[in-house]
Structures are given as structure tokens and as C-alpha cells.
Design a protein around this ligand. Structure first.
Ligand code: F6P
Length: 547
């Protein structure tokens, strides 16, 4: 493929950006009474309003041309077909197959993966129902009341985010906990809340080699055995989710208690696989199926809708427009939904581990920026913390606002206030406030002209600041599945245009290689491997604190 920056659409977008430099969304809204209708799109219960963006019909035409010229459609077809699009690891990226169990067959390396997927789903369903009905009990015969998922990264963030989001669907009688950090305080705090006789540990690790997860799993097993005094208890209190049968066996978990998945499931795309067991245990099997079905509905839309009316394509293109042509380095995720409080952390891994890459799929350094920085927090909390910078700071920060029309736990008129705040913020970002208005307001409040002139500049909101709004009826499993798949595919579209491999993560390796010699030095007190003076100094501050 020609270099991205040489593509006609890229070149045209550079020129177009020059024309759009002074584009004012307020004028665009004034000139087109139908702007919302023209720039919004509904898929199932999810409405995307993308009208509050610095875009014109011409912008979208050029961006869609860029998607076409850079081969997004071909790569999308290859992903759904199970081709090895993860070129550096020679693997398919088939999370879409996991949520389409009705698909008759799909061959990867001569194996019908659909049969494998259905078999594991059946095993997960049987196990989930056995725990919920009390058929599966702990070693002493008591029912399971606490599930502890031990995993990190993709083996933690997705399930933890979904379990939090779908709290109102929680099965009675089971509580789900998540332990990820190797900091012993994470596991210790959880163990302090549970009873070994009624607890089930899910060791979730694609590779089953991850330091943090194995360390926590070993500590959890020791804790359990110290209290139940019988090695046989492990079989009733530990199950594993992994691609690595040998690793699971070596740890001492019976492969009969293992739920398998496969190397073509990326860690950050794995909540739909066996890694979702904690979700099924938290919300019940039917709701887990509904989550998968929601994602599948977004997959079908992504696969079939024309690029011009394709939600993941549009969100991906608009994000890329700001990142590459307006030099917006970050974007904010602002769920006005306390239950989505973990969404920013989940999307950080999804986006930044997928597209934080500097080499193309054909092994050349990129000469354009990739991988935006993702951050955010639940509204309205963010309003009282960092929104100052969104409204008055010097940076351009596009933001996604997410809000449900209905709350699953309504209290008085609080949900109406939540919605009002969400819409008011996107409106404020758009319309802003001029110095003249600020000054007039101050004078109307009784301030002298001199004082008003001095204070007014501080009360100016430049406005014309972009946002998307995702509005859905309620945060149920189906809708959540759609929203997650939307972001997965958005990230895919951007990675496809940047011609990078969104499915590997070599950038996490170096730190893992450097940790063991440091660990050794901390234990022995002797530094045997070469380090810079900073690292040496820090090690010595621990090993020889008095020097
Ligand atoms: O170190 C990063 C990473 O490899 C992620 O990509 C992954 O989700 C996480 O670690 C956990 O890996 P595993 O599931 O193999 O324990």
C-alpha cells in the first residue's frame, strides 16, 4: 500500500483542514436547522450524536474516502473471515466469532473454531448454573458465595468493568471480586472480606505465565490451604481460564476445571471468551448471552452498513480527524453513568495497547501520529475536577459523553439532573460564552465597569469544542455489549487506516525482561546486572538505606 500520507484523501484532508481552520460549529448549527438529523445515527438502542464536531459534509466525504483508500473494508473482511491479520504473531483476531455462536462454521488453521466456541460456552453455562443452584459446592459442602477473579490487563479490566456496569443484574447470593495488582494489599484486602469455605478463585490468564496473576494465585492457594488443611480442596475452590493447559496443570489446577480459549482471542478482546466466566457468574447465563448478542448486533452493523452510516467507522474517522489533522493528542471518555466508572480504564487498554504503535504492518516506522491518549471519569464527578481544562484550557480535547435515558435505580429526580448536566456540558463546550456576555452578566450583578472589565476575560468560554454523545435507553447487557463492540471496532478502523497491527503488544515486554534482575538485586543486596545510575541509586536506597 502507498504510504498513508501519500494517499489522495490524506492530501485532500490536509488542504481541507486549512479551509476548516476557522470553522465554527455555532455558525454551522445556525445555517443548518437539520444539523442534528444530518449528523446523528441510531443502531438498535444506541443513538450517536456527532453533530457537535468540527465537521462538514465535505469533511466526512474525505474521511470516508480515506477509509476506502487505506483498505479498511478489506481488513474488516479479513478480520471477520479469520485471516491472520495479527501479522507479527501470525494469528487471527476473532473476538467477533465468540459472540456469534450460531455461525455454522469458521475454519482457522483447518479447525472449525465455532465447534470449539460452542463447547466452551456449554461448559461455562453448566458451571455457572451449577454454582448458582448450589450443585457446585466448596470442599466442606457449603455453597459458593464469593467469586474472586485473579487476572490482570485484559483478564481483569473487561470483566471488572462489565460486572460493575451490570450491577443491577447481579445474581442474588454471589459477590464477585477482582484482584489484579501484585501489590499484596490488593489480594489481602479481598481475602479479609471472604470465607475460604464459600469462595471460588478464578485464575484468569491467557498465557498463564503472567507474574502478577501467578503470584496472587499462589498466595490465594496458600491462604485457602492454611484454613481448609486439605490439598484436595483446591479442586473445589480453583478454576482456570487460559489457553495454556500445561501451565494450568503445572500450577496444580485439574484441566477438568479449566475453561479454554485460544491464541486468536486478544487479551483486551477476551471478555467474550472463557475470560467472561466471572461475568456469567455475576449476572447469570441469560444475561451473559444477551451481552454477547448486543456485541454481535454491533458486529453485523459494522460488517454491513455503508461506511457513511457506520457507527464504528464514523467515530473512528472523527477521532482520527482530530488526532492527525488538528493535533489533538488525547480524548476524554465521560460516562454520565456511575456504573460505567471503569469504562475509561477499560478503554485505555483497548485503545492504547492496540494502537500505541510506531511501526506499520509492513515493518516501516510511521511518519504520522497514532494512538491517542485516552482518559476520563464518570460524570458528574469530572465536572467538579477537570472540566475547567476542557472548557478553558489551551488544548483541543474531543470528548465522548455517554448517558442512559433511564436509570436502573431511579431516586427522585436525580436521573433527570444527570441527563441535564450531561447535555448542558456538551452545549457549553459548543456555545461557549463571549467576553461581552460575561461582562454584561457581571454588570447586571452589580459590579462596576472597571471590575467587570478585569474579571470578564476569566469568564470567557471559547466554545466550538467538540463532543460526541452516545445516548442509550438503559444500561442493560445487550446495550453494553453494543457499546463495547462499538469501541473495539472504532479502534480497529483507526488501526487499519494507520496501517499498524492493533492486535499485538510488544511494547509491554521490555519492562517484564528488566524486572527479574532488579528483583534478584533487591533480595541478594548485590547488583549483578548493569544499570544506569538512577536505577542503581534507587535499588541501593532499598538495599542499603543507611548509606
Ligand atoms: O502485559 C500486557 C498483557 O499481556 C495484556 O495484553 C494482557 O491482557 C495482560 O498482560 C494479561 O495477560 P494474561 O491474560 O496472559 O495473564
Amino acid at each position: 500500500m502507498a504510504s498513508l500520507t501519500q494517499l489522495p484523501a490524506w492530501q485532500a484532508l490536509i488542504q481541507h483542514k486549512k479551509q476548516m481552520r476557522r470553522f465554527d460549529m455555532r455558525t454551522a448549527f445556525a445555517e443548518d436547522a437539520q444539523r442534528f438529523a444530518h449528523f446523528s445515527l441510531k443502531v438498535g438502542d444506541v443513538l450517536l450524536d456527532y453533530s457537535k464536531n468540527r465537521i462538514s459534509p465535505e469533511t466526512l466525504r474525505l474521511l470516508v474516502s480515506l477509509a476506502r483508500e487505506s483498505g479498511v473494508e478489506a481488513l474488516r473482511a479479513a478480520m471477520f473471515a479469520g485471516e491472520a491479520i495479527n501479522v507479527t504473531e501470525h494469528r487471527a483476531a476473532l473476538h467477533t466469532a465468540l459472540r456469534n455462536p450460531a455461525r455454522p462454521s469458521l475454519e482457522v488453521d483447518g479447525v472449525n473454531v465455532m465447534a470449539q466456541i460452542r463447547a466452551v460456552l456449554d461448559q461455562m453455562q453448566r458451571f455457572t448454573e451449577a454454582v448458582h443452584t448450589g450443585t457446585w459446592r466448596g470442599h466442606t459442602g457449603q455453597r459458593i458465595t464469593d467469586i474472586v477473579n485473579i487476572g490482570i490487563g485484559g483478564s481483569d479490566l473487561g470483566p471488572a468493568m462489565v460486572c460493575m456496569a451490570l450491577g443491577p443484574y447481579a445474581q442474588p447470593g454471589v459477590r464477585v471480586h477482582f484482584v489484579s495488582n501484585i501489590d499484596p494489599s490488593h489480594l489481602a484486602t479481598t481475602l479479609a472480606q471472604i470465607n475460604p469455605a464459600t469462595s471460588l478463585f478464578i485464575i484468569a490468564s491467557k498465557t498463564f505465565t503472567t507474574l502478577e496473576t501467578l503470584a496472587n494465585a499462589r498466595s490465594a492457594r496458600q491462604w485457602l490451604l492454611a484454613q481448609l488443611h486439605d490439598e484436595a480442596a483446591v479442586a473445589r475452590h480453583f478454576v482456570a481460564l487460559s489457553t495454556n493447559v500445561q501451565g494450568v496443570k503445572a500450577f496444580g489446577i485439574d484441566p477438568a476445571n479449566m475453561f479454554e480459549f485460544w491464541d486468536w482471542v486478544g487479551g483486551r478482546y477476551s471478555l467474550w471468551s472463557a475470560i467472561g466466566l466471572s461475568i456469567a457468574l455475576a449476572i447469570g447465563w441469560k444475561n451473559f448471552e444477551s451481552l454477547l448478542a448486543g456485541a454481535q448486533a454491533m458486529d453485523s452493523h459494522f460488517a454491513e452498513a455503508p461506511l457513511e452510516q457506520n457507527m464504528p467507522v464514523l467515530t473512528g474517522l472523527i477521532g482520527l480527524w482530530y488526532h492527525n489533522f488538528w493535533r489533538a493528542e488525547t480524548y476524554a471518555i465521560l460516562p454520565y453513568d456511575q456504573r460505567l466508572v471503569l469504562l475509561p480504564a477499560f478503554l485505555q487498554q483497548l485503545d492504547m495497547e492496540s494502537n500505541g504503535k510506531g511501526v506499520t504492518r509492513d515493518n516501516r516506522p510511521v511518519n504520522y501520529s497514532t494512538g491517542p491518549i485516552v482518559w476520563g471519569a464518570a460524570g458528574t464527578n469530572g465536572q467538579h475536577a477537570f472540566f475547567e481544562l476542557l472548557h478553558q484550557g489551551t488544548r483541543l480535547i474531543p470528548a465522548d459523553f455517554l448517558i442512559a435515558a433511564e436509570n436502573s435505580t431511579p431516586l427522585g429526580d436525580q436521573h433527570e439532573w444527570l441527563i441535564a448536566n450531561c447535555f448542558a456540558q456538551t452545549e457549553a463546550l459548543l456555545v461557549g460564552k463571549t467576553k461581552a456576555v460575561a461582562r454584561a452578566e457581571l454588570i447586571a450583578q452589580g459590579m462596576s465597569r472597571t471590575q467587570a472589565n478585569a474579571l470578564a476575560p476569566h469568564k470567557v468560554f471559547s466554545g466550538n469544542r467538540p463532543s460526541n454523545t452516545l445516548l442509550y435507553r438503559r444500561l442493560d447487557p445487550h446495550t453494553l455489549g453494543m457499546l463495547i463492540a462499538l469501541y473495539e471496532h472504532k479502534v480497529f478502523v483507526q488501526g487499519a487506516i494507520w496501517n499498524i497491527n492493533s492486535f499485538d503488544q510488544w511494547g509491554v515486554e521490555l519492562g517484564k525482561q528488566l524486572a527479574p534482575p532488579i528483583r534478584e538485586a533487591l533480595e541478594s543486596g548485590t547488583i549483578t546486572s548493569p544499570h544506569d545510575s538512577s536505577t542503581t541509586g534507587l535499588i541501593q536506597a532499598i538495599t542499603r538505606p543507611n548509606i
